[in-house]
Structures are given as C-alpha cells and as structure tokens.
Unconditional design. Structure first.
Length: 190
C-alpha cells in the first residue's frame, strides 16, 4: 500500500523537488520586470531663464524628459543643469511659439542651430558650430541632428499648427550623458 501511495504521488514528489528552482526563477523574473518597469532615480534640474515672461518647466515620462518653453516675447534663453538622478535617454524641448526662426542648443564646446521655415513646407535646416572651427551643415544621419516636429491640431487633419515645436536633443548629447545645456529661441526676427 505504501508503494502505491508513492507511485500515485511520484509526480508530486518530483514537483516538490523542482519547487526551489522554480521559485528562484520566478523571483529573478519578477526582479527583472520590476527593474525595467520602474525608472531609476528621476532627474532633477536647476533651470535659469533670462527674460521676464519666459518659463521653462521639466516633465518626466519614464526615461524621457520634456522641457516646456513658454515665452511672452517669443525671444529668450535658458540654462539647464541636471543636479541629480539618472540622465534621461531622450530629451524633448517643446517650444510654444508661433514660429521657430532660430533655436540654439549648446553644451560643452558644441552649438547646434536649428531653423524652421515659416512658409511652405516648414523645411528644417541645422548647422553645427564648434569652438575653433567654422559652421557646418548637419543632416539627419549626423549624431548632432535634432529631430524637429511642428505640432499640429489633430482636428485640422495635420494642416494647422498649434503654435508648438518639438525639438529633440541630439544623440551626441544623450550618449555623452551630458548634464548641462543652454538654449536660446527666437520665434521670428523683428
């Protein structure tokens, strides 16, 4: 009878032998998912804005940081320094302006100047300026390229701008894990 009990429960006996291994595997999987799902320490920034009526705020969306720029005059500048936390894997600068005649993004000895045409197809041109060298054009395949999007009103079928431009920090800045940058914006030359 004891032999029959062992035969009937043989699967249970083997399962009980596997339980510690399954438990360790499950705990490791849960730990991996938890690490991916929760961001490390979110970054915090010191932001100084020049010009009255200008405001720059930071918002966090997981590993992405979005800086919103609002400028009463349409011309201004700001200095941004990350003072703690993990560097973001993507930085978006959302400028609430009527146009983007010039946007200047600077870090270390690098400056990238972005212009968006105010007529026609909103063509984007970019150039790189580095200390000790001249100005060179930047294309989409460059690590200095800053993707630009004109934000449109969804009710207009993508035809009517909302008065916002989204500019992403270049890969050179992100991959270098830089912690400070300056930006200057001009909606239209007056």
């Amino acid at each position: 009878m004891f032999e029959r009990l062992i035969e009937r429960n043989e699967g249970t006996v083997q399962w009980q032998k596997l339980m510690p291994a399954v438990g360790i595997w499950f705990a490791a999987l849960c730990g991996l998912v938890a690490c991916q799902g929760s961001p490390a320490r979110p970054p915090s920034y010191r932001i100084s804005v020049s010009g009255s009526g200008d405001q720059v705020t930071a918002q966090f969306n997981g590993p992405e940081t979005v800086f919103e720029v609002r400028s009463e005059s349409g011309i201004g500048s700001a200095q941004v320094e990350q003072i703690s936390g993990e560097p973001p894997t993507k930085i978006v600068i959302r400028l609430f302006l009527n146009g983007l005649e010039e946007f200047d993004f600077g870090y270390d000895d690098t400056r990238i100047v972005v212009s968006v045409s105010s007529h026609g197809d909103n063509a984007v041109s970019q150039s790189l300026l580095r200390d000790g060298s001249g100005e060179t054009a930047v294309g989409p395949d460059s690590p200095y390229w800053m993707p630009v999007q004109v934000v449109t009103d969804p009710l207009s079928g993508g035809q009517k701008p909302t008065g916002a431009f989204e500019v992403q920090a270049p890969q050179d800045y992100i991959q270098g894990k830089h912690r400070a940058f300056s930006m200057r914006w001009i909606d239209f030359y007056r």
